[in-house]
Design a protein around this ligand. Structure first.
Ligand code: NDP
Length: 342
């Protein structure tokens, strides 16, 4: 018999309204950037997707280039759609993006109409889907008129390839511009996907959080665990099976004694709150209800189970917040390019 998701899957998860749209997203969503390429056994990917859905995580975030090699995360997810999630399409929010390098030549990256529409078609084919729920411009393109990029997003919706559109890593000013163009076209920008964590606060400093609130755009924040640094895994060195061991997106040089010292102090605060550090880091990005969803990654199902428990204690005292600020600001390592335009 085909796999069936847990019947009680909607009981524990919180679903937050995405800006002023009609869409609600789970407070915690799962991204397939890492550990869904050809370097990971398929059974593990299946297990993580099943675990997520069992816990009420209805939103799976992809992009054309997720792998390795690029495209394989979408292919793997397409297989899971057929083998495990078939019959569940209407219960899922599936997103993809285009913006980063995907194929050679002048049409394989950035923000032209040519690239975005071709890439969206490729993503749909790899996943075996008729449409994605959300399609994003993955990054602002300084050389393509924003009208063209937004026009392509509008076309992607009007042609039935996506239900909603969003933008990722655009700064506050570019967000205002894109939102105005999309509004004029009649396809509102309903979501922004920026990086955000206790260690990376550019969206506060840039005013993006305020801008999104003002414009009624939802926010789904990526790398809320700072790619795993906001967990206890690096307190005693770099485990072989960790992301930092790959020394690619998360560099070994970030795991410095001074930073680890501060992360140990953050972990002690989490312990006092009866949480793991990962849980506290997720509760922190969701505090106060300004962020729609925390977009996590995982290398195994147990991490997803651990992360979802963050919702059991998501409020902070003023003292806890200022103590977190003290150590997190000191440990701020600028883990992610803040925005192409900053
Ligand atoms: P996180 O900050 O959540 O880091 C995920 C990593 O943290 C995991 O791979 C795992 O590391 C570790 N981890 C997760 N949960 C736990 C836990 N409970 N205990 C211990 N360790 C844990 O997010 P990502 O950096 O993976 O990004 C999440 C998603 O955001 C991506 O999949 C993608 O969808 C999106 N994204 C979007 C970008 C954009 O430009 N729009 C850019 C980057 C990401 P380990 O593998 O070492 O076990």
């Amino acid at each position: 018999m085909a796999w069936q998701p847990a019947e009680n899957r909607y009981e524990k998860m919180k679903y937050n309204r995405c800006g002023r749209s009609g869409l609600r997203l789970p407070a915690i969503s799962l991204g397939l950037w890492h550990n869904f390429g050809d370097d990971t056994p398929h059974e593990r990917k299946v297990d993580m997707c099943r675990t997520a859905l069992d816990l009420g995580i209805t939103h799976f975030d992809l992009a054309n280039n997720y792998g390795p090699p690029p495209g394989t995360a979408e292919t793997a997810f397409g297989e899971i759609m057929r083998s495990d999630f078939s019959g569940l399409r209407d219960e899922l929010i599936i997103s993809s993006k285009a913006g980063y390098y995907m194929w050679p030549g002048p049409y394989g990256e950035w923000g032209s109409r040519k690239y975005l529409i071709a890439s969206c078609d490729q993503s749909l084919k790899r996943m075996g889907l008729d449409y994605v729920d959300i399609f994003y411009s993955h990054r602002f393109d300084p050389e393509t008129p924003l009208e063209e990029t937004c026009g392509a997003l509008d076309h992607i919706v009007r042609s039935g390839r996506a239900l909603y559109v969003g933008i990722s890593s655009y700064n506050s000013q570019r967000t205002r511009e894109a939102a105005a163009i999309l509004k004029e076209l009649g396809t509102p920008c309903i979501i922004h996907q920026p990086s955000y964590s206790m260690l990376n606060r550019w969206i506060e400093d840039d005013g993006l959080v305020d801008t999104l609130e003002e414009l009624g755009i939802g926010s789904i924040v990526f790398s809320p665990l700072a790619q795993g640094m906001l967990t206890t895994k690096y307190l005693n060195g770099i485990p072989e099976d960790s992301r930092a061991a790959q020394n690619h997106f998360l560099k070994k040089e970030f795991i410095r004694p001074a930073i680890i010292d501060n992360i140990r102090k953050l972990s002690a605060i989490a312990e006092r709150r009866g949480q793991t550090l990962a849980q506290m880091a997720l509760a922190w990005v969701l505090r106060g209800g300004r962020i729609t969803s925390a977009l996590i990654g995982a290398s195994r199902s147990a991490q997803i189970i651990d992360c979802v428990k963050a919702l059991e204690n998501d409020s902070f005292t003023a003292e806890e917040l200022s103590e977190i600020d003290l150590y997190a600001r000191e440990a701020d390592v600028n883990l992610w390019a803040k925005s192409a335009e900053l």
